[in-house]
Design a binder for this molecule. Structure first.
Ligand code: FAD
Ligand code: SIN
Length: 554
């Protein structure tokens, strides 16, 4: 086995909105940047049904077989929540208030205000990099989603926002000096004396190392901890596992957001089609199998209440009627297929009929609100290690993310992390012994997913959590010599961390509902965990006060 070694100023793990934004921003400042992407190179053709290019490696084969893109960014539909300074009815204060409202008392206002304020400059820069949003007379069109008090979500290609953004960023990277290593999976963040040294990665079975003073983890979500999810197949919690093993802290992992409207296909597993919340913003209505409103009397915002509220209302309607799903009535949406071409294609590809006007939907695992703890510049608790995008926990999302705040956060935090990489460029790097193939516990993926879906999804209780914890503890060790095994190990460690966090939170708040602790505590606490001697241990328990802005400490 050949081992190659290189140096860079910044290594970015992940090629979604956070990773590519960071890479471009750092390269524009003269840094030597390498991006690792376990997915295949995408030239824009795959979405239109083309064959892609010379994709190689195990993930490439899987992507092609499933026709998948590796980033959640690519699949984003609704859009980007951002305050356009020229819109008089909106303001940063209002966007902050909506974000805090959705976050159920755990959102950190000290992080929220600067991230949202940076949104418009970040979007402007994205447009300069080639992104194009739907507009009329030179003004962006804006839609509405759950928890937003005004229309502030800009979109592209109707509901193809993510694909357009991914294409723009990919095009900009192609014309930049950034080196992108596709089909290359990061296996280890290397550290020495609590500081980053680089990243070990695998390409085509060959193990290599990139030494760098700064490493950014931008690996996206964890959806495949569950049996059915809106996330692409690579959303296996790699960033959470890489960060924990490198000594960084995580927090708020119990807050897994279930999107209320994932298309329901009986028995289907893996990535499922999302039906954007923007459909409800444009007149869609949630009804049960008997045609009654799902959210009447539940929340003042009705079908556009925050996501956790609507997901629970959907689940309650299913329990009340005994039906397998509820329905999104789209008959009130003007030109549905024209406004929502991505949803339309997804529904048709699932063999369902769009013309009847009723789409069967259920809540589906969608987004990890917590993650690797960072400050507002993306710093983790390990020197030189940064995190951005869905894998990070900045404090913006609290116990429940406000719709369409994720792409915004990836844009803003990618830029901010790049600024830090510029500051750190040229710092000495201590090269360490490179570990060989790791051995780690791994559980059969379907068993893990089924247990998490049954007992650690919308509703949890002490007994169910203890049963899943025992199952996860019983996993057998194996060599992580290919991507699938490494992903399984990441899924297991991520699931363990989610369960530990859910066990520790003896209350119901935001996305986390305990049937044995149905009340919300008077005081919100954000908990950090570290991975010490192969155990997840609590490291911080700090009250988050929206009044004084205290957040989780390292
Ligand atoms: P991703 O875009 O997921 O990119 C992760 C990257 O990391 C990929 O390139 C992957 O290959 C790479 N990677 C992972 N592990 C490794 C490894 N070990 N080694 C190397 N590379 C690795 N948010 C909004 O704000 N608005 C929306 O409208 C919206 N709609 C959504 C619709 C869907 C269907 C989904 C799934 C999500 C949606 N979200 C939306 C959420 C949002 O899209 C994601 O949170 C966001 O795109 C995450 O960006 P990211 O850069 O953090 O990660
Ligand atoms: C959607 O379009 O409903 C997804 C938006 C999001 O996850 O922020």
């Amino acid at each position: 086995m050949t081992r190659t070694q290189q140096r860079a100023d910044l290594v970015v793990i992940g090629a979604g909105i956070a990773g590519l934004t960071a890479a471009l921003s750092a390269a524009e400042r003269g840094l030597d940047v390498v991006v690792l992407n376990k997915g295949s190179r995408w030239d824009g053709a795959q979405r239109a049904g083309g064959q892609g290019d010379q994709a190689q490696g195990d993930q490439a084969q899987r992507d092609q077989a499933q026709g998948e893109h590796s980033t959640s960014t690519f699949y984003a539909q609704g859009g980007i929540a951002v305050v356009d300074p020229a819109v008089p009815e909106d303001s940063i204060e209002l966007h902050v208030a909506d974000t805090l409202g959705a976050g159920a008392g755990l959102t950190d206002p000290v992080a929220t205000e600067p991230i949202l304020t940076d949104g418009w400059p970040a979007v402007t820069q994205l447009v300069r990099r080639g992104a194009d949003f739907d507009s009329v007379d030179g003004r962006f069109l804006r839609t509405r989603e759950g928890g937003h008090s005004v229309r502030r979500i800009i979109h592209a290609g109707g509901d193809a926002t993510g694909a357009r953004v991914q294409a723009a960023l990919g095009g900009a990277v192609g014309g930049s000096p950034v080196t992108v290593l596709d089909d290359s999976w990061a296996s280890e963040v290397l550290t020495s004396d609590g500081a980053v040294s680089g990243v070990a990665y695998v390409y085509g079975g060959v193990r290599s190392v990139l030494w760098a003073p700064t490493v950014l983890i931008a690996t996206g979500g964890v959806g495949h901890v569950y049996a059915a999810t809106t996330n692409p197949s690579g959303a296996t919690g790699d960033g959470i596992a890489l960060a924990l093993r490198a000594g960084a802290h995580v927090a708020d992992l119990e807050f897994v957001q279930f999107h209320p409207t994932m298309l329901f296909v009986p028995g289907a597993r893996g990535r499922r089609t999302l039906v954007s919340e923007a459909v409800r913003g444009e007149g869609g209505r949630l009804v049960d199998v008997d045609g009654r409103s799902v959210t009447d009397g539940v929340h003042r915002l009705g079908d556009l209440a925050p996501r956790d509220v609507v997901a629970r209302a959907v689940r309650a309607a299913m329990a009340r009627t005994g039906a397998d799903s509820v329905y999104l009535d789209i008959t009130g949406v003007d030109d549905f297929a024209g406004r929502f071409p991505t949803v339309t294609a997804g529904v048709r590809a699932s063999g369902l009929d769009i013309d009847g006007g009723l789409l069967p939907v259920v809540p589906g695992a969608h987004y990890l609100c917590g993650g690797v703890v960072t400050d507002v510049d993306g710093r983790t608790s390990v020197t030189g290690l940064f995190a951005a995008g869905e894998t990070a926990r900045t404090g913006l999302h609290g116990a429940n993310r406000l719709a369409s705040n994720s792409l915004l956060e990836g844009l803003v935090m990618g830029r901010r992390a790049a600024e830090q990489a510029v500051e750190r460029a040229g710092l000495p790097v201590r090269e360490v012994d490179v570990p060989g193939v790791r051995v780690a516990p791994v559980l059969d993926r379907a068993s893990l997913q089924d247990a998490m879906s049954d007992k650690v999804a919308l509703d949890r209780d002490a007994q169910g959590l203890a049963e899943v914890a025992a199952l996860l503890r019983g996993a057998a060790e194996r060599r992580l010599d290919d991507l699938a095994a490494a992903e399984d190990a990441a899924l297991l460690l991520t699931a363990k961390a989610i369960v530990a966090a859910a066990q520790a939170r003896e209350e119901s708040r935001g996305c986390h509902a305990r049937t044995d602790f149905p009340e919300r505590s008077a005081v919100g606490v954000s908990r950090g965990f570290a991975f010490v001697d192969d155990q997840l241990v609590p490291v911080a328990e700090v009250e988050t006060s929206q009044a004084i802005g205290v957040s989780v400490g390292f």
